[in-house]
Design a protein around this ligand. Structure first.
Ligand code: 5AD
Ligand code: SF4
Length: 444
């Protein structure tokens, strides 16, 4: 029996993968460790979306190396595993810069990690294992069906990979081509989650709206059809899905939002830029006007719909005027929440080779201006609920006595004091106060 510690960087898809790796290791009889220093197996599930994320791995590996040296002195096992997107895109670099890493496997090879570790224990393997095959179908076929430790709200990956090739993005090179899981596979995973008291399922996909899986009738089902099916499951209280590309929003999505009450009226719809010139150079396949029309279309379908988004500032060639177009779009939409980033050049992408790269100071300046507006919009959105009520799914105990914490329809964190509610309940809550990143309320 070994103690393992998984450090997960990056997106929700990595969190999902980490929990499936954890299941496999627990099934093999290993236990989770509280920290890296209590562990005999350390797994880094890495992200390479921006340069900073990718560099983090190498600083963490330095620490793991010291722990490995200490273990060698005391004669204990210490296995270092690197998986995720950096393992896929930089496996040669990792093997060269950190030869003490034992296992380097891409995100679609995680189903074999438990077996790799047992090979190391039996001393069948001494050389570094490197595997970077890109076959999501194989991965889902072989992930363990034993689940351990699930929360009230859980992710369920339904689609992986990306065929869009946005010119800034490394994902098509790390997660490979688009793959959709079969509906039957997704339904049985959802049932398993519900049997573990999960109440909210967040469907994950790099391009979740381009989901095209084999349905229960053998035909191809899209995301809306899948959501209609999931909504029939007993005990499921909420469904969300992420991440959507605006180009894939269609009438079927409007319909499912109109008709499925447990589908939350909150959508993460990354726009990246408000300038048509920049959008074209990013290969996003929609204009700013089309994005605004898409927002209107969804708001007309369900009037309580709210939106979050992602933005990139300082994309190659972005002028002051382009940036002003982004601000104009932000002021038109009024987002409930948003993430914004400085453009970061990624190896192998088309934008890496574009001329007119923007100086760091300009990127920082634009990011600050944009974030100030987005933060203000988020506060306005939250403040707008003071005196109104929201449905809150209770997810955990709060820090104070009798305090519970949950999430609203719009994923806002809401703290309430009530001794009658349990984790997993949904309560109608009157909002009494809006703090910088959360709300406070009382059960109606
Ligand atoms: N530089 C900066 N931000 C990026 N994103 C993706 N690639 C890059 C990059 N090269 C952002 C996008 C995306 C989010 C997950 O990360 O906004 O929607
Ligand atoms: Fe990071 Fe993208 Fe990989 Fe997720 S898919 S871990 S965001 S690089």
């Amino acid at each position: 029996m070994l103690q393992f510690f998984i450090k997960s960087y990056g997106c929700q898809m990595n969190s999902y993968d980490s929990s499936r790796i954890s299941d496999a290791l627990m099934e093999a009889g290993h236990k989770t460790a509280e920290s890296m220093s209590d562990a005999n197996v350390v797994i880094f599930n890495t992200c390479s979306i921006r340069e900073k994320a990718d560099e983090k791995l190498f600083s963490d590996l330095g620490r793991a190396r010291l722990l490995k040296l200490q273990s060698q002195i005391t004669g204990n096992d210490f296995i270092i595993v690197v998986t995720g997107c950096v393992a896929q895109s930089k496996h040669e670099d990792i093997a060269k810069r950190a030869p003490y890493v034992d296992i380097i496997v891409g995100p679609q090879e995680i189903h074999k990690i438990a077996e790799d570790i047992s090979d190391f224990l039996k001393k069948d393997r001494v050389d570094t294992i490197v595997r970077t095959a890109s076959n999501a179908k194989e991965k889902f076929l072989h992930l363990t069906d034993q689940f351990f430790n699930r929360d009230v709200s859980e992710f369920l990956t339904i689609q992986e990979g990306c065929d869009n090739f946005c010119t800034y993005c490394i994902v098509p090179y790390t997660r490979g081509r688009e793959f959709s899981r079969d509906v039957s596979d997704i339904m049985s995973e959802a049932r398993k989650l519900l049997s573990m008291n999960v109440k909210e399922i967040i469907l994950l996909g790099q391009n979740v709206n381009s989901y095209r899986g084999i349905g229960l009738d053998g035909k191809t089902w899209n995301l809306s059809r899948l959501i209609f099916e999931l909504a029939n499951l007993d005990g499921l209280k909420r469904i969300r899905y992420t991440t959507s590309n605006p180009k894939d929003i269609d009438e079927s999505i409007a319909k499912v939002h109109r008709e499925v009450e447990i589908l939350m009226p909150f959508l993460h719809l990354p726009v990246q830029s408000g300038s048509d010139v920049v959008l074209r150079r990013m290969n996003r396949k929609y204009s700013a006007d089309e994005y605004l029309k898409c927002i209107d279309f969804l708001r007309n379908s369900r009037s309580d719909m709210a939106f979050s988004s992602d933005f990139i500032v300082g994309f190659p060639g972005e002028t002051d005027d382009d940036f002003q177009e982004t601000l104009k779009l932000v002021n038109t939409v009024k987002f409930a929440q948003a993430y914004s980033f400085k453009y970061s050049s990624r190896p192998g992408t088309a934008a890496e080779k574009m001329d007119q790269q923007i100086p760091e100071e300009i990127k920082s300046e634009r990011l600050q201006i944009l974030q100030e507006i987005l933060n203000k919009q988020q506060s306005q959105f939250n403040n707008g609920y003071v005196g109104k009520s929201l449905n809150v799914l209770i997810t955990k105990q709060g820090r104070h006595k009798n305090q519970l914490v949950g999430r609203s329809e719009y994923s806002q964190s809401v703290a309430i004091c009530d001794s009658y509610l349990n984790i997993g309940d949904v309560a109608r809550v009157n909002i009494t106060e809006s703090l910088s990143h959360s709300l406070v309320g009382m059960v109606v």
